[in-house]
Design a protein around this ligand. Structure first.
Ligand SMILES: [Zn+2]
Length: 93
């Protein structure tokens, strides 16, 4: 599996948190809505401390349906799981 490299420091990033939640947003750019939930691994540069989330699976952990609001609430309630909200254009297909 490819390992992320910090472009500023030319150092291999280290695992910071496995299972980071990433919520894909969809719709109006001014007021997007949650659409998919992805899991990824969060890495951090040992020098500059920049972080990235990589290693997404091929499919989202959860896709919008009638139980989606409960999944979002569950994700927000997880104190130890970092959650990032990103527009869909930044999620790999
Ligand atoms: Zn760095």
């Amino acid at each position: 599996m490819p390992k992320p490299i910090c472009c500023k420091c030319s150092l291999e990033m280290r695992i910071y948190h496995t299972g980071a939640g990433v919520v894909e947003l969809y719709g109006d750019p001014e007021k997007p809505s949650p659409y998919k939930i992805w899991n990824g691994d969060e890495y951090q540069c040992p020098k500059c401390k920049d972080r990235v989330v990589v290693h997404f699976g091929n499919n989202p952990r959860y896709h919008f349906d009638t139980g989606f609001a409960k999944q979002i609430a569950y994700l927000k309630a997880q104190d130890e799981t970092p959650v990032y909200w990103v527009p869909e254009k930044y999620i790999p297909e």
